[in-house]
Write a protein that binds this ligand. Structure first.
Ligand code: MF3
Ligand code: CO
Ligand code: CO
Length: 266
């Protein structure tokens, strides 16, 4: 059903049940990857694990052939902001990598991403991961009926900039459900009161990309890979949420408690 005023879909209990299942499976896929994110691992091996996990669980990787994207997940290393394409590149000790998985389960889309440290990482990389993780938590905490999408963006921007980081403006969170990218757009910056009013039954992602340097990004010649213009580190976390009567439900929490993967012992 679509609200007449803003054209943003309002979903019912059945959708929430479907989103819970899809969100939990996407989160489980991210959990499954944790022990494989090691120096020497190729990103296309991680991709093959996601593909196999989807097949084993009767799910469809939503990014595969989506607008020509060739893989089952995105792997974005260091200065790559988002939409990195898995390939022959091997992870190296000290890298930070975002893995973004969207699984379609019984028609519903669960979309989530996390940062993974590869072995021991620098203090500045670890700090960026912390700031980005906390930015997402601030965004989630701002979701409730009567607030606007701008409340979410403002909460993220105020926190991240207060930590002397910058917010990427070229990509945003998005409505989703039985389609991958729907209304509303969720900007990760802005002001409380801007944008559409949040109502129970809205489903969307919050997925801030936070940079250590400036916010400017550019897209590489492959048409997908977005990198920081200044080649400084970038990080991202993403949850899929549904607006409830008194706040929101996060569908993509880690069933294993690995929402913020830490160092893996060598
Ligand atoms: N999962 C990404 C998101 O958060 C979408 C990636 S689209 C792709 O919206 F084509 F790049 F895979
Ligand atoms: Co998304
Ligand atoms: Co995603």
């Amino acid at each position: 059903m679509r609200t007449r005023d803003s054209d943003i879909p309002i979903h019912g209990e059945e959708a929430f049940a479907g989103m819970r299942k899809a969100g939990q499976l996407a989160a489980q896929a991210l959990d499954m990857l944790v022990p494989h994110v090691q120096p020497g691992t190729r990103t296309d091996f991680l991709d093959s694990l996601v593909y196999q996990f989807a097949m084993d669980n009767e799910a469809i990787p939503a990014t595969l052939n989506y607008r020509g994207f060739p893989k089952s997940c995105c792997t974005s290393i260091n200065h790559v902001v988002c939409h990195g394409i898995p390939g022959a590149k091997q992870l190296r000790k000290g890298d930070i990598v975002n893995i973004d998985v969207t699984l379609i389960v019984e028609g519903w889309h669960g979309d989530s991403s996390r940062m993974y440290p590869v072995g021991e990482i620098s203090r500045k990389a670890d700090r960026l991961i912390d700031v980005t993780f906390e930015s997402l938590q601030h965004g989630v905490a701002a979701v409730k009926p009567g607030h606007t999408t701008g409340h979410i963006g403002a909460a993220i921007q105020q926190y991240a900039e207060g930590e002397r980081c910058s917010v990427v403006r070229d990509f945003c969170g998005h409505g989703l459900g039985q389609v991958f990218h729907d209304k509303p757009n969720i900007l990760h910056y802005g002001r409380a009161g801007e944008g559409p009013v949040l109502r129970p039954g809205m489903l969307f992602t919050i997925e801030p990309m936070i940079n250590l340097g400036r916010s400017k990004v550019k897209t590489l010649a492959d048409g997908w890979t977005a990198v920081t213009n200044d080649r400084e580190l970038s990080a991202q976390f993403e949850h899929t949420v549904g607006v409830t009567e008194d706040g929101c439900e996060v569908f993509t929490y880690s069933p294993a408690g690995l929402d913020r993967p830490r160092y893996q012992p060598a």
